[in-house]
Write a protein that binds this ligand. Structure first.
Ligand code: UDP
Ligand code: GLC
Length: 387
């Protein structure tokens, strides 16, 4: 029987975690519901996919709690968390299991699950290390997980390891890499791609793309640095500042106006036509300066048959075999990025070989069906344990 799942996520925007949950919630849609703590485009995408969605808006004190925030900020958020947990608990009795897709959602789910005796699965999509989160936040979420999570699905070995290093119990952690629907990425309408290239004024130009929200740790500035020594190359920065990184985005825009770069950096904002844009570029660059928990864009670039140059850290090490299925570089090394881009643009044969090998690996190891099977199995295991 299909389990009835109450999915929880604290945001309404479309980050990688939300796009992944979209696939998962669609799969379990019968009898399930997604509860969001904020309205936004994620709601529309879920509804269009036939998923029942409800928005229970988080009190401002909860929305204000930040990744690096201290104990005081966390305490101020507590009454709001309890209020959300009560709202979730009122609904939880109609479901077999609570499935939290973000840290804030997990904190709320842990309390509601405890009160209503519903098992809680936490899909952990963040690397709980000091580069990304403050001590308070890590202590709180890991402590709750150890006591009250039936299982923690980590989006990579790197994420699972960081969870354990932060004090998490290894017995409850399971690695589930993101799976991505290949049909969206492998083949696209060629004429549409050419029209897109023309509309951006890029006919005949070598183009590199970064497909990530604009955020300091996503490292778009590293590509701008690299571009300075690649005078012919254009860059597409695809994505917007989703989580209050407007200052970084503004700094990038100013930087892109500098002599030597002006006219070669194209800010496309948030786009829904990622597959076509991937096919437009010659190389996909992943530039995160802190370890990437997983990195959907890396797999998507590979599926689209592009050579991918990525940062050697975090989950990316589980996706790319350096020199074979992509190229790996030290985080923040703009010189190495410039050399790798030059190399791939100057050696189309090499670029094609890497892209083809990357595509084969992405199709085999990161399919959506494989991820959904794994999640089904883990959910079944959790439900069997409480029978
Ligand atoms: N993405 C998108 N539109 C954009 C930029 C990115 O739909 O304008 C998607 C991208 O295709 C990928 C996701 O956002 O599926 C980003 O996921 P990733 O795991 O790479 O990073 P995250 O933002 O989750 O840290
Ligand atoms: C998070 C991570 C990203 C990962 C995504 C999907 O947003 O930052 O690396 O790919 O979740 O699990």
């Amino acid at each position: 029987m299909t389990p009835r799942i109450l999915f929880l996520d604290h945001v309404g925007v479309l980050g990688g975690g939300e796009l992944s949950l979209l696939d998962i919630a669609r799969h379990f849609a019968a009898g399930s519901r997604v509860l969001l703590f904020e309205d936004g485009p994620f709601r529309d995408r879920l509804e269009a996919a036939g998923v029942v969605v409800e928005v229970v808006t988080a009190p401002a004190s909860v929305s204000r709690v930040r990744r690096a925030g201290g104990t005081m900020q966390a305490l101020r958020g507590l009454p709001g968390v309890l209020k959300l947990a009560r709202a979730v608990a009122r609904r939880a009795r109609s479901y077999d299991l609570l499935y939290a897709n973000s840290q804030k959602a997990f904190i709320v789910a842990a309390l509601a699950g405890r009160w209503t005796r519903r098992p809680v699965v936490w899909h952990l999509r963040d690397l709980l290390d000091a580069a990304h989160f403050g001590n308070t936040q890590r202590r709180v979420v890991v402590g709750l997980a150890n006591r009250w999570a039936a299982c923690v699905l980590a989006n990579s070995e790197a994420t699972a390891t960081a969870f354990v290093e932060a004090g998490g119990r290894a017995e409850i952690a399971r690695v589930v890499h993101n799976g991505i629907a290949p049909e969206d990425f492998v083949e696209v309408d060629r004429a549409g791609v050419e029209a897109l290239r023309d509309s951006l004024g890029l006919r005949g130009a070598p183009v590199v793309g970064v497909f990530s929200r604009l955020a300091a740790w996503k490292g778009q500035h590293v590509l701008l640095d690299a571009l300075a020594s690649l005078p012919e190359v254009h860059a597409l920065l695809v994505g917007t500042a989703l989580f209050e990184e407007e200052a970084y985005a503004a700094a990038l825009r100013r930087r892109a106006e500098a002599p030597g770069l002006a006219g070669r950096v194209h800010f496309l904002g948030f786009r829904d036509d990622i597959p076509a844009l991937l096919h437009l570029v010659d190389v996909v660059a992943h530039t995160s300066t802190a370890p990437e928990p997983f990195g959907r864009v890396v797999v998507e670039g590979m599926l689209a048959g592009r050579p991918v140059v990525a940062t050697r850290a975090g989950g990316v090490l589980e996706i790319i075999d350096d020199g074979m299925t992509g190229l790996l570089l030290a985080p923040g090394d703009a010189g190495a990025l410039a050399r790798a881009l030059h190399d791939l643009l100057a050696s189309p044969e090499k670029a094609r070989r890497i892209a083809a090998a990357g595509q084969a690996v992405a199709l085999e190891r990161f399919s959506l069906s494989r991820m959904l099977e794994q999640i089904e199995r883990h959910i079944e295991e959790v439900l069997n344990a409480i029978k």
